[in-house]
Design a protein around this ligand. Sequence first.
Ligand code: FAD
Length: 515
Amino acid sequence: MTTDVVIAGGGPNGLLMACELALADVRVVVLEHLLEPPTAPKANGLVGRVVQALDYRGLYERFSGSSGPPVPVPGFQFGALPLDLSALDNNALYALPIPQRRMEELLEQRARELGAQIRRGHKLIALHQTADLVTVDVQGPDGRYELPAQFLVGADGGHSTVRKQCGIGFPGLTDDSFVSRSGQVTIPPPVAVPGTGELQVPGGGRLRPATFTRTENGLFAYGMFQPGLYRVAVSEWAPSPPEDTTAMSVEELRAAVRRVLGADVPMSEPAGGEPTALRRSIGANSRQADRYRHGRVFLAGDAAHVHSGVGGPGLNLGLQDVLNLGWKLAAGVKGWAPEGLLDTYQNERHPVGQRVIMHTRAQTALLSPGANVTALRELFEELLLQRSTVQHIADLMAGSDIRYDTRTAGPAHAMAGRWMPDIAVSTGAGPTRIAELLRPGRPILLTPADRTDLAVAAKDWTDRVDVITTATAEPPADAVLIRPDGYVAWAADTGTPGAADGLRCALQTWFGEAG
Ligand SMILES: Cc1cc2nc3c(=O)[nH]c(=O)nc-3n(C[C@H](O)[C@H](O)[C@H](O)COP(=O)(O)OP(=O)(O)OC[C@H]3O[C@@H](n4cnc5c(N)ncnc54)[C@H](O)[C@@H]3O)c2cc1C
């Protein structure tokens, strides 16, 4: 038995990769060594451009349960400092609250609908590759077997076996100067202020959900994801961290909160029988794979990068790695990937990972204890009164400051390499928006009706590229060639000389030889 692509790991990144490949009609097998999705709570939601990117696949509706495009949030935090986003012209900080387990259920359902095979209880043990094939050794419920494929994606998490087997380095830092604890608990009134989601802590002040409180001893945050059930998280700066071997209790969580806030928050096991999901962890890693590709093997998600979770950037980064790689791998399988296309994954996404590591370390520094940090925070707070600074930080956190290399000679249009905004357009089929046109996961060329020269130039690529005649009130360019991941491969304005030649060149660069 062979397949086109094997994905090691059925977490969110592996499952979205399966959706992307199956959507492009690629045979895909996901190996997931757990029989059931893990119950321990992980992500509570998605933050940043990824929310819009998922809308460009029709997944926002499934995840949020609401129709229509996502709307950016009016405010957020950077290192527990307030970010007022309400005055920005361009705000790409979207937020979508959804527990990771639910996200994984929905992605698994979607991947199966599209025809992906998901093998639970199957663990990748080893891999070896030749110039034409990569073969994985799998331990399944009925014994060991080999599975050859054209490509392997290692989406097997921070301790990635795939990364280690490929000998890919994972340089970075392990910071064990703090201890974090979290759990799901009931907090009774009057500390839990009825109807507000807030906590009125005697001696600790009024606290708001989804907001960090920094003290000289550590950090406190909480959220309420269903009525009466609070997810509490607390980190303490601890010069000598405790042994991580004893079982954790609600009392340990409560004591840590007391030390950090200097005040007591009454808490007990959830009244409704929900799991307490207690978790203790020491420090955090921030590391990045030194290469994202090793021959026919690619890394995505936590297998490629781990970092502090401050600001919730993990899945914004990982899921967009997947959307970047998915269509390129499909092109490799289908045989039309132009020279160098698969290498653009590393070239485009490694720098984005570096920036996430940079801003999460910067936020960790801002959250640290000490009078010098407090002074730095005061200065930062002043800087955050300037709109341009807020815009810069919001773009950094959203991942919307990306401009990919256009890979073409000569000056490029200002939109080339950038995210295609979700504008309203009108096609022969009626009014629609960019997000809806990109849902089939194919490249699209949008041209106005009078640019038949461009439609003619693209006619030899129509097996791979959808040419759509559109009209829009405020076109960002006369014609736009959009990659399946939502980034602009090429654009031209009315009157650009040699536009048809430029388009042919871009089509060849990104989508291969004419058919
Ligand atoms: C407490 C916590 C809170 C977080 N909160 C947020 C948040 O709010 N927002 C956010 O964006 N991110 C958050 N994150 C980060 C986010 O959870 C991760 O970035 C995300 O899980 C990474 O997904 P992944 O698919 O790359 O890896 P994982 O989720 O680790 O999945 C990897 C999968 O591979 C499987 N696997 C491993 N080895 C093998 C093998 N050899 N063979 C087969 N299968 C294998 C594992 O069983 C696992 O299912 C949080 C993380 C934690 C721990």
